[in-house]
Ligand binder design. Structure first.
Ligand code: ZN
Length: 152
């Protein structure tokens, strides 16, 4: 499934299998020292053996293409994060949209979420807006949003 943003940025939604294959293909051409920290062996090993840790749900290539796991399509911060890369932004340790870790994205100082929504209105309408509840389930493993929803 492919969408094209108003600025020409293509977004591909892939099954887990296709996404993993694309990710591995892409990483193959990049020296390992340049991989994101959370993709390097130790964290990946911990993730694979315990289920704890991070595994990317999206990626942006240097050619300006965005790939998203289909099951993560309802996550607005994820698409905004990958679009941030296309716009030339790198990662940050701040708890904002450009944090490499999905559940550490709270603030949006570059207004990436409204920019993404404006550039990809069809994606927003089809996958993100009606799936607000689904999004809470997706990151609910952390407990934070879930607990928040219960008590709010
Ligand atoms: Zn990133």
């Amino acid at each position: 499934m492919k969408y094209v943003g108003k600025d020409g940025t293509p977004v591909f939604y892939l099954s887990d299998e296709d996404f993993n294959q694309k990710l591995n293909e892409y990483l193959k051409d990049i020296p390992k020292e340049q991989w994101p920290r959370y993709m390097q062996e130790r964290p990946l090993y911990i993730y694979r053996t315990t289920g704890i840790g991070y595994y990317p749900n999206g990626m942006a290539t240097s050619e300006g293409e965005i790939y998203i796991r289909y099951r993560a399509r309802g996550d607005p911060e994820l698409l905004a994060h990958e679009y941030g890369h296309v716009l030339g932004l790198g990662h940050t340790d701040n708890f904002t949209t450009m944090n490499p870790v999905g559940h550490k994205r709270f603030g949006d100082p570059h207004n990436l979420i409204p920019k993404t929504k404006a550039n990809f209105p069809e994606i927003w309408r089809k996958h993100i807006h009606p799936h607000e509840a689904y999004r809470h389930t997706l990151i609910g493993g952390l407990g934070l949003m879930t607990a928040w929803a219960w008590f709010a």
